[in-house]
Design a protein around this ligand. Structure first.
Ligand SMILES: [Zn+2]
Length: 283
């Protein structure tokens, strides 16, 4: 590949090779992003750990740079690249749009007293609160301070999540993943044989083209299925989601996407915070 080597590699003896010190930084960045899916948090992590000053835009480039995926040796393996793409796809659905970005809790919390969904509302200058939408009660349910409620909910998550996770069967997930891996490997090997079959006149050109097209299509479906599986390192993620500091380090859109990854909903009684907070996990 012509041009300057991307960070983590260097040009030497007529070829590009890993530059260990820099490769370690890029790898630490990927490791962090693979676990948490947070670009900002991964960049902050390497800047803190290696005393450097990478910009978020640099990290964003690394995540999709073909070099890290295709060069020999790659800094990002195929399954890891799929996981990166999965995070990116999910994060795109929750792209930060400055002030109009949806708050982490909006649409997620329901009032146990009046059964209404709580809406996030703001009052000048910067006060944010949660209140039952079109509350039918009289007097209406009390409005809650947004930040205090969010903190109480995070606190509850860090207590309840480990227990809830311990009930999932990791075996079923591993089986599904390995079945998909096998199908992908099988289709890839058939794809590799087509040029040979063509050269031996076993396949003619139109048939080979058609077969190749079908295989590529099937492969992309399988890859998408694989990318949609829950994160590989479920256990390490749980450990970290159980640390309040982790939640406080996230941006509001990141928090929003995380909450939706694990929670079907949250119910509470506005009069009794935090005791009344109850979490409904997906598992
Ligand atoms: Zn209410």
């Amino acid at each position: 590949m012509p041009g300057r080597a991307p960070y983590g590699y260097r040009y030497r003896d007529g070829g590009y090779q890993l530059y260990p010190e820099a490769a370690m930084v890029v790898r630490a960045f990927f490791d962090h992003f693979l676990l948490y899916g947070s670009l900002g948090s991964a960049v902050r992590h390497i800047n803190r750990r290696f005393h450097c000053t990478f910009a978020v835009s640099t990290g964003r480039r690394w995540l999709t740079h073909p070099w890290y995926r295709r060069s020999e040796p790659p800094l990002l393996r195929g399954d890891e690249a799929a996981q990166v793409d999965r995070w990116l796809r999910r994060n795109r659905a929750f792209a930060p749009r400055a002030a109009s970005a949806p708050r982490a809790l909006s649409g997620l919390v329901r009032c146990r007293v009046c059964t209404q969904t709580l809406r996030v509302a703001s009052a000048p200058p910067k006060y944010l609160y949660l209140r039952c939408y079109q509350c039918p009660r009289s007097p209406k349910c009390a409005a809650l301070d947004y930040t205090k409620t969010l903190n109480a909910i995070i606190q509850r998550i860090t207590l309840d999540l480990p227990q809830s996770f311990s009930r999932i069967d990791p075996g079923s997930l591993i089986n599904l993943r390995s079945r998909l891996d096998q199908s992908i490997a099988q289709k890839e090997s058939v794809l590799l044989q087509i040029p040979k079959l063509l050269a031996q006149d076993i396949l003619d050109l139109p048939t080979a083209d058609q077969r190749q097209g079908t295989l590529r299509q099937e492969l992309s479906v399988l890859m998408a299925q694989r990318a949609a599986l829950p994160p590989v390192n479920l256990e390490s993620i749980t450990q970290n989601l159980s640390i309040p500091q982790f939640w406080h380090d996230l941006s509001e859109p990141e928090r929003r996407s995380y909450l939706r990854e694990f929670l079907r909903g949250i119910t509470l009684d506005p009069q009794h915070i935090p005791q009344s907070i109850s979490l409904q996990f997906f598992f």
